[in-house]
Design a protein around this ligand. Structure first.
Ligand SMILES: [Zn+2]
Length: 674
């Protein structure tokens, strides 16, 4: 009975908010079934339309096919991530194959593809607006990339390749997890020398979890990394480091090396079937970088200064090793330990001293205040039904005009997945009336009274709020290109850019006030905080870029028969420093092998960073962090424009030129290396 299902009825709530109080978990499965039925009926109506294809009856109509699905999925996936329970987890497992079958049906609908392709071939005669032409191009490209144009055997082979890749990706992930879970090292009390309390208690908890009698080192990042930073026992560091870096390469059932080789070969086959020179060419076609050569060029420009900095740092750390009476070379299991000691000498920054100045509510206020000064946005608390008592809502307006609803859900809880993210429960569009977005920021901050953040937490808050601005300021006609619907290597620009305002001294001076005394953060503490941000960037950049280059080499050209040998070749070619290893070696490089997401795309974090550094420099060059003309350009060409044009076009309109690496090198403190 769809009319009684609150997900399917009309929402006569303020701003068309989902009626959370009325939705029960039992409502999702029937609503999803109805949404998919309706989507199928809509698609078939377009495909079987006896009229000749037009932009309106085919492309614009396709934009509307999933109106109900978007509404149901918008609510469901927000809850599944931010407030799950066993019923919602089961629904998630049920929905995944249904949704992937639904999207396969659409791209495999021959009559629909014929209409889309006919429009594409006739595009020059259609008299389309810029945005319409863009949506036609993206729709057509999506069909081609999914294999809609393939005939006969090729079509069947592509499906088989994709299915096998999905199996390999899952197996890869499970093997890494199995190796991670299977190893632990019990520690005697005498092994705990030098370890701070928080590491010891994490080790005790880890030991209890493994059924050990005392504390233990495990391969969970939250245990192994602090252990390597603080453990004075070099032999134990070496042992733990060896286990950590051997994940997925231990022989036996959980070894990932053969899986990596098969994955790379199948990806190459997939790209060849679709008509691309290489898998990297296929993957990068939709990205701002565009080509493997552009990615390589960027990475190598940063590689040399980063390596020079790392080599200089290695000398300093080696001297500390020798002072400890240990002869020989600095080893990879030594780096974090000596680097931590050196950090204390150079930047004695005490988190406990900092924390009282970073109150959650004040940092939310700071993010709002910057958006007000830059874009004139105003935020008013909204009393509406939400899905959890910790979630809060604000109405976002400008000059009295409604722009969006913003929901902030900041506290960690057991029902929330880890990490932080921004999602739109409803995206902006203008195809059928002025639809304004409902945007959610979800984080995992510790609760407290008042809730206090670490500096990293505060940066995360600003980061997610930058994504939210990309959604809230969106101003396009078609939903498929609105807000954050942009290339993967462009989508982190607004978020990483917004982090820069947290570092503007006047922002912290105004909003970072002591929770008890109300005093602003002392200048000396602020200076130390900002100086510490670039510490050990040589190491971090080297371990990241080496991983990104290995990823690129794997997919650029013929797939290597022996990925481990190919990895060694790449590292030798770039002159990898002895005491640093790749951030993710091939047998546990989940970004690349657990699925397609970041394959030949691991570079994209740095690509975005190049742009955010360069974009913030545009403000500084123009006279300051709140320069009005630059903010107006940022909104016009980037924050409101979604995917309405190619990312490099949008960026060039904003900045007048493409970004260079200078601002990134400066931001990472790598600009002064000899
Ligand atoms: Zn992000």
């Amino acid at each position: 009975m769809p009319d009684t299902n609150p997900l399917l009825s009309n929402w006569s709530t303020p701003f068309g908010m989902p009626p959370f109080g009325a939705i029960r978990d039992d409502d999702f499965a029937p609503a999803m079934a109805a949404a998919l039925d309706q989507g199928r009926a809509n698609v078939n109506r377009i495909a079987d339309n006896p009229d000749a294809p037009t932009f309106a009856n085919t492309i614009a109509a396709l934009e509307r096919t999933d109106d109900v699905l978007n509404r149901v999925a918008g609510v469901f996936y927000n809850l599944a991530g931010a407030d799950s329970n066993p019923a919602r987890e089961a629904l998630q497992r049920d929905f995944a194959p249904q949704l992937s079958a639904y999207s396969s049906e659409i791209v495999n609908n021959a009559a629909l593809w014929a209409r889309v392709d006919a429009l594409w071939q006739a595009r020059d005669a259609l008299d389309l607006t810029g945005e319409e032409a863009r949506v036609l191009y993206l729709t057509h490209r999506g069909f081609v990339r999914a294999g809609a144009a393939l005939q006969g055997e090729d079509r069947g082979r592509l499906s088989a390749v994709k299915a096998r890749l999905a199996v390999l990706g899952t197996q890869f992930t499970q093997n890494v997890l199995a190796d991670e879970r299977g190893w632990f090292m019990e520690a005697a009390d005498t092994d705990l020398d030098g370890l701070p309390d928080f590491v010891v208690s994490a080790m005790r908890a880890a030991g209890a979890e493994k059924g050990a009698s005392g504390p233990a080192v495990t391969l969970s990042r939250s245990v192994i990394v602090p252990f390597l930073q603080f453990a004075s026992r070099r032999d134990l560091r070496e042992k733990a480091y060896a286990a950590w870096t051997a994940r997925g390469a231990n022989g036996g059932d959980t070894d990932n090396r053969a899986i990596a080789a098969e994955t790379l070969a199948l990806r190459q086959e997939r790209a060849t079937l679709l008509g691309y020179d290489s898998f990297a060419a296929y993957k990068l076609e939709t990205e701002m970088a565009g080509t493997p050569a552009a990615v390589r060029d960027l990475l190598m420009q940063v590689w040399e200064p980063a390596k020079a900095q790392a080599v200089a740092d290695a000398d300093a750390l080696t001297a500390m090793l020798h002072t400890d009476g240990i002869n020989g070379d600095l080893q990879p299991w030594d780096w974090r330990y000596y680097s931590e000691k050196r950090r204390k000498q150079l930047h004695d920054l005490d988190e406990a001293e900092l924390k009282p100045y970073l109150q959650l509510d004040a940092m939310i206020e700071a993010a709002f205040d910057c958006a007000n000064r830059l874009f004139g946005l105003e935020f008013a608390p909204l009393a509406v039904d939400l899905y959890h008592p910790d979630a809060r809502a604000w109405e976002v307006t400008r000059g009295g005009e409604h722009l969006a609803v913003f929901i902030g859900d900041y506290f960690a809880r057991g029902s929330k997945r880890s990490g932080a993210w921004c999602s739109a429960m409803r995206s902006q569009s203008k195809l059928d009336g002025n639809v304004r977005p409902i945007v959610v920021n979800v984080c995992n901050f510790a609760k407290g009274d008042p809730a206090l953040l670490s500096y990293d937490d505060a940066r995360t808050l600003f980061h997610e709020f930058g994504h939210a601005l990309h959604q809230m300021l969106s101003d396009v006609t078609y939903q498929s290109i609105s807000g954050t619907s942009v290339a993967r290597d462009f989508v982190e620009l607004p978020s990483q850019l917004y982090e820069h305002w947290l570092e503007v001294p006047e922002v912290l001076q105004k909003h970072a006030r002591h929770a008890v005394t109300g005093q602003p953060m002392p200048k000396a503490l602020l200076d130390r905080l900002l100086a510490a941000q670039t510490y050990d960037m040589g190491f971090q950049t080297v371990e990241y870029i080496s991983s990104a280059l290995v990823d690129l080499d794997f997919h650029d050209g013929d797939a290597p028969a022996d990925p481990m040998a190919a990895q060694a070749d790449t590292l030798a070619r770039i002159g990898m420093p002895h005491a640093i290893r790749m951030r993710h070696a091939t047998p546990h490089f989940a970004h690349v092998f657990a699925g397609d997401g970041y394959s030949s795309g691991y570079y994209s974090y740095m690509w975005s960073e190049v742009m955010d550094a360069d974009a913030f420099a545009a403000f500084e060059e123009a006279g300051g962090a709140f320069d009005a003309a630059t903010a107006a350009k940022l909104e016009k060409f980037i924050l409101s424009a979604g995917g309405s044009e190619e990312a490099d076009t949008l960026y060039t309109k904003f900045r007048g030129k493409m970004p260079g690496v200078e601002a990134l090198l400066k931001g990472r403190g790598l600009d002064k290396v000899a």
